[in-house]
Design a protein around this ligand. Structure first.
Ligand SMILES: [Zn+2]
Length: 323
């Protein structure tokens, strides 16, 4: 993926390109930001910009053997490390340390990308700190983490921070429309409900949107009737159930916005689900008390599922908890 193909982060990319062009790269970067916004893509592009023999002025060709080997993980001077079993242990850093002692054979500088840098064990973090104090052979480190929290302050202070914000909904919608052929209105709805994460947006298919739409209709109807929901209604898989619950949270929020808008079809309302206006209109008269009560139950269900409660039982609380 070329620099131009990366969605968003234009200012940050410009800064990285010019650092490569002027050969003024710091020994370490911290790429901080939420999941799914493109930190790994930018890290890979930066590794290519540093290593590509065809590139100039901070650019890279994305076609030569070096660029292609970086993509397939077969270029020895660009190393990707990730957390295994939830932590990055000291053995990994020792291994890295040995590797760094050999001078790079190809390309100018080694690039080491550490994904999940918040998952270092204390020993591993201390060992990495020593390497960062004087990276052998001018190696460049890119640490990827949600934020500086969870990292040793001494490591953070050695890194130049690059902050990755959630992606802009318009940019994501344009990408879905142009590159994935998703119809405009649907692309906008998907982008809005993905809350700034392209990874999330890509996981939402027109079919899964349709499923949520139907689910939303059923949930209002059946819980109003007091019949509760059948076991088959909500996902039993934890991650899927969370997606559904987050969707409902967005829907409740939208309903509040909708109720506060005076007109029936006011243009430009900041809705998370602009494709569900019909459903919102049908619920316009639902009273505030009912919405707040449901929202409260929903929030506590989300916390329960996050805290590893049995998803089935948590979902039952959601729909049986009418009072
Ligand atoms: Zn290249």
């Amino acid at each position: 993926m070329r620099w131009e193909e990366i969605i968003g982060h234009k200012k940050e990319i410009e800064m990285l390109r010019s650092a490569v062009a002027s050969r003024r790269l710091p020994p370490a970067y911290l790429f901080a930001g939420p999941e799914g916004v493109g930190r790994r893509e930018v890290a890979r592009a930066l590794a290519k910009a540093v290593s590509c023999p065809e590139g100039n002025r901070g650019d890279f060709c994305d076609a030569c053997s070096v660029c292609r080997r970086i993509d397939s993980g077969n270029f020895p001077e660009v190393i990707f490390y990730g957390a295994e079993e939830g932590t990055i242990k000291i053995e990994k850093i020792r291994e890295l340390n040995k590797l760094l002692f050999y001078h790079p054979g190809e390309g100018s500088r080694r690039v080491i990308v550490i994904d999940g840098a918040e998952k270092f064990t204390p020993q591993a973090a201390n060992s990495l700190l020593k390497i960062l104090e004087e990276p052998p052979g001018g190696a460049i480190f890119i640490l990827i983490a949600p934020g500086p929290e969870g990292l040793l302050p001494t490591i953070v202070s050695r890194c130049q921070r690059v902050l990755f914000s959630p992606l802009n909904g318009e940019e994501m919608a344009a990408y879905l429309e142009e590159k994935r052929g998703v119809p405009r209105v649907e692309a906008q709805a998907i982008a809005a409900s993905a809350q700034g994460s392209l990874a999330r947006a890509l996981a939402i298919t027109p079919e899964s949107r349709q499923h949520l739409r139907e689910l939303a209709g059923r949930v209002w109807r059946e819980t109003d009737a007091g019949t509760g929901l059948g076991e088959e209604v909500m996902a039993s898989d934890r991650a899927e159930l969370l997606e559904e619950l987050e969707f409902f949270r967005g829907l409740f929020r939208d309903l509040m916005v909708w109720k506060l808008s005076p007109g029936k079809r006011e243009k430009g309302l900041p809705l998370i689900n602009p494709d569900l206006e019909d459903l919102l209109e049908a619920e316009r008269e639902r009273d505030w008390e009912d919405i707040f009560r449901r929202l409260e139950i929903l929030e506590s269900t989300i916390s329960l599922v996050r805290a590893n409660a049995n998803p089935r039982l948590a979902a039952d609380q959601l729909f049986l908890g009418r009072n």
